[in-house]
Design a protein around this ligand. Structure first.
Ligand code: GLU
Ligand code: ZN
Length: 316
């Protein structure tokens, strides 16, 4: 990589403020931060507060404060999706010009009764947009993409080629539209995010192609789970990270990012400030250290996160 390529790196962390940061979000934030810093890149912070019924505006400050206390300093101003409706409307109109969106009146129940994934039922119905969901006419049938860490990824055809909703019948812009429109507008070149979002990537790539934009590179990291299939989330009552113990939190996060050998543990042990730990991790962490699994078990006891006992026996 030459210097000009290096300086072009733009990464981002894009939390949804439905609750405070839990440990899974910290691991994601740290991975995307370290990857950006290793490439001399910018690391942007975008608050994904588009889904108004699900978000809690009081969480914005809580998230920002947690990141600051963990030394994760972002570049530029924080952006808020709730303030970017004009961009999403503009992106929709670009797609409309290309005849790549259509209105859909199907309910979830109807879709479930047909096949479970949306089959393009309303593509040719020519429904008016008012009062209906707007879908993307997804013609990119690529079910494979290259992940920076996982290599070639294959997503099931029915999921990869679905026509996603871009604007809901209640007028709310959908995640797929907002995330792609923002990443394009903000010049994001690298997306480091949880493996739980991997299935959405072909849809996002379809939108980049439809909008005639270069797609970013993706790196999907393992998701932390409390039990198999149960990722840390507000839904699963995952506790907030404890802002009083940022150094310990970051050390534990590095463990889950693969810095698990006794030699690394000994070095990490010596580091006594958030700043020195982040500087050390920027030099020493490599994405190839990530676990090969798509899920990693973390133990949560009385609101405290730790390495599961079984894990300790295997690794240490
Ligand atoms: N806002 C999304 C989330 O919190 C992340 C979006 C993304 O990284 O593409 O799950
Ligand atoms: Zn429909």
């Amino acid at each position: 990589m030459n210097t000009s390529e290096k300086s072009m790196y733009v990464g981002r962390f894009a939390p949804s403020p439905s609750g405070p940061l839990h440990f899974g979000s910290l691991v994601c934030a740290l991975a995307s931060y370290l990857h950006a810093k290793q490439h001399n890149g910018k690391w942007l912070l975008r608050i994904e507060d588009i889904d108004t019924p699900r978000i809690n505006p009081a969480m914005n400050e809580v998230i920002l404060r947690s990141l600051e206390l963990h030394g994760l300093k972002w570049d530029n101003e924080v952006s808020y999706q709730s303030q970017r409706h004009h961009l999403y409307e503009h992106t929709l109109s670009e797609l409309e010009k290309r005849k790549l969106i259509y209105a859909c009146s199907c309910s979830r129940k109807q879709i479930r009764a047909r096949s479970g994934t949306y089959d393009g039922h309303c593509r040719l119905r020519n429904l008016p947009s008012a009062g209906h969901a707007i879908r993307f006419m997804h013609s990119n049938k690529h079910t494979h993409f290259q992940d920076l860490y996982k290599g070639e990824v294959h997503i099931k055809h029915a999921i990869a080629s679905e026509d996603p909703v871009l604007k809901r019948a209640d007028g709310i812009y959908a995640y797929h539209l907002a995330v792609v429109a923002d990443d394009i507008e903000q010049g994001v070149t690298h997306i480091v995010r949880g493996n739980d979002l991997i299935d959405t990537t072909p849809i996002h790539l379809g939108l980049y192609a439809a909008l005639k934009q270069n797609a970013p590179q993706y790196l999907h990291i393992p998701v932390l789970v409390q039990k198999q299939g149960e990722k840390l989330s507000k839904q699963h009552h995952s506790p907030a990270i404890d802002d009083q113990t940022p150094l310990a939190n970051l050390k534990l996060a590095l463990y889950f990012l693969g810095l698990q050998t006794p030699a690394y543990n000994a070095e990490i042990e010596q580091l006594t400030s958030v700043e020195s730990l982040l500087a050390w991790a920027t030099v020493n962490w490599q994405s190839k250290m990530l676990s090969k699994q798509s899920e990693i078990l973390i133990s949560v006891t009385n609101g405290v996160y730790s390495v599961p006992l079984s894990h300790k026996e295997v690794q240490l």
